[in-house]
Design a protein around this ligand. Structure first.
Ligand code: SAM
Length: 466
């Protein structure tokens, strides 16, 4: 079986394996590297990845150490998306194979496009220069970079949310997790890594049989189900994730009539309360599950692990969904029910620059507007800086007097020419909105059932101990 690059990426990129072509922090292209030019639906087309930073033939990306920086091919691989055919294509492939990972790393693609050394005269020439001096970094796939680059078919659960959820539902190697609906598979990939128990059979060393963790995923939308199944095969995760095409509210969570033995459950559904009755230990009463009725002639088999408490999380954007979910949870015996809202903010932190407000700094609180104000502020900062480094003390405005008055004219002149600035206080601004789909998370635990047999075994253990 194929070993998933998400779990064991190895030291270098390889043929037929998923790689992440990283252009910028917020721009990554997942690509299965192919030696031959063939249609590769859902990924960057064929054998050349064309980007606004240039073209990258797959042959130049195979067998590279992860993290390598690769310069764009100098060859014109055709305008974006067009294939180069026949003899011309062969010649260009030979040329492009001489492209090597860059030896002079640069930090940002925009910076690289801006400093192209060859003078360009026409617009087309400048574009060509910018494209050929662009580069990418080649990264191994991880659930995190897959989440930020995957083809969106639905809203997805983002990394900060799934990290917290997986922690709270105690996802760990060997665990069985039920997930519905699978959607675009963002949560699926993260949970697959969490339950994976390692090669070779982890757990044998301590004498116990290895317990293989698995994600039991359900999706009722046919195309989404098909696409996810194909993706999981491409990613070598089909042994860890089993996706079933199913309406879980109607038909529950058994797979081929058998229980997944789930230790944990994650529901990202519009009506999670309709799925909850299927997640009981024994057949729930009709009253317990509001309007859900099950066919009572069919024997009830619980999809849960009978010998452990089961942890659940539901993910809902509206408080009304939360209320209905919690109400059904209470009826069905779930305990420790808690709702959490994750809210994310990005803080932009920088130092105040002291000079005259020349537009670039506008909006930073306290930026001086006149030369006189700027000078006073400079003297204050200078004094604070000196005192701190000479004595280790912070000083207030009294220190202003001690700044060297001989420099005044020079500084004033420089400020008038809008040259001088100094680093001032640390200031921060909060971005009001960042790209994250916030929802309410409901967590709860369903205790295990305690039978006479359990009690007998527990007593035996206890009696042996004392
Ligand atoms: N958690 C997913 C991710 O991280 O990519 C996104 C899930 S998406 C928001 C919700 C999915 O639930 C949709 O794909 C929808 O088709 C599926 N769905 C809704 N009701 C369902 C049901 N009763 N049974 C199975 N799947 C369902």
């Amino acid at each position: 079986t194929k070993i998933s690059p998400f779990l064991f990426p190895g030291p270098v990129s390889s043929i037929d394996s998923l790689s992440i072509i990283h252009l910028k922090r917020d721009l990554q292209i997942p690509t299965i590297l192919k030696e031959h030019d063939e249609d590769d639906e859902g990924y960057a087309e064929g054998k050349v990845v064309n980007t606004r930073f240039g073209s990258f033939p797959h042959t130049t990306l195979i067998g590279l150490s992860w993290g390598s920086q690769v310069r764009a091919s100098k060859v014109d691989t055709g305008s974006r998306g067009r294939r180069v055919k026949g003899q011309e294509k062969k010649r260009k492939r030979e040329e492009s194979e001489s492209v090597e990972p860059s030896k002079e790393p640069k930090l940002d693609n925009d910076e690289a496009a801006g400093d192209a050394s060859t003078p360009a005269t026409t617009k087309e020439e400048s574009e060509a220069v910018a494209a050929s001096s662009g580069f990418i970094h080649l990264l191994p796939p991880t659930p995190e970079n897959w989440t930020s680059s995957l083809p969106h078919r639905t809203q997805v659960v983002y990394t900060p949310d799934y990290s917290y959820i997986l922690h709270r539902i105690r996802a760990r190697p060997g665990a069985n997790i039920i997930e519905a609906g699978a959607g675009s598979g963002s949560f699926t990939h993260a949970s697959a890594r969490a339950v994976f128990s390692g090669y070779p059979n982890n757990g044998e060393a301590n004498g116990s049989a290895p317990r293989k963790g698995k994600v039991w995923s359900f999706e009722f939308h046919e195309q989404r189900h098909e696409k996810l199944e194909k993706e999981l095969q491409d990613h070598g995760l089909e042994g860890i994730v089993q996706v079933t095409h199913r309406d879980v509210c109607e038909d529950g969570f058994l797979v081929d009539g058998r229980s997944p033995g789930a230790d944990a459950v994650f529901l990202d559904l519009p009506a999670p309360w309709l799925a909850l009755p299927h997640l009981s230990r024994s057949r729930p009463t009709k009253e317990a599950c509001l309007n859900v009725t099950a066919d009572e002639s069919i024997p009830f088999i619980s999809p849960l692990n009978p010998s452990t408490p089961v942890h659940i999380c539901t993910f809902s954007p509206c408080i009304e969904q939360v209320q209905r979910t919690i109400s059904v949870m209470r009826h069905l015996g779930w305990v420790d029910i808690e709702m959490v809202e994750l809210s994310q903010k990005r803080f932009e932190i920088r130092r105040e620059r002291i000079g005259i407000d020349n537009g670039a700094q506008r909006g930073v609180q306290g930026t001086p507007a006149t030369v006189e104000e700027a000078y006073a502020r400079l003297v204050e900062v200078e004094g604070t800086f000196k005192a701190f480094h000479e004595t280790g003390e912070k000083v207030g405005s009294s220190r202003r007097d001690k700044a060297n008055p001989n420099n005044r004219d020079k500084i004033m002149e420089s400020l008038t020419e809008r040259k001088v600035y100094k680093e001032g206080r640390l200031v921060h601004r909060t971005e009001p909105e960042i790209k994250a789909h916030t929802s309410y998370l409901v967590f709860a635990i369903l205790p295990r059932e305690w039978s006479e047999e359990d009690e007998r075994k527990a007593r035996e253990k206890w009696e042996v101990k004392i």
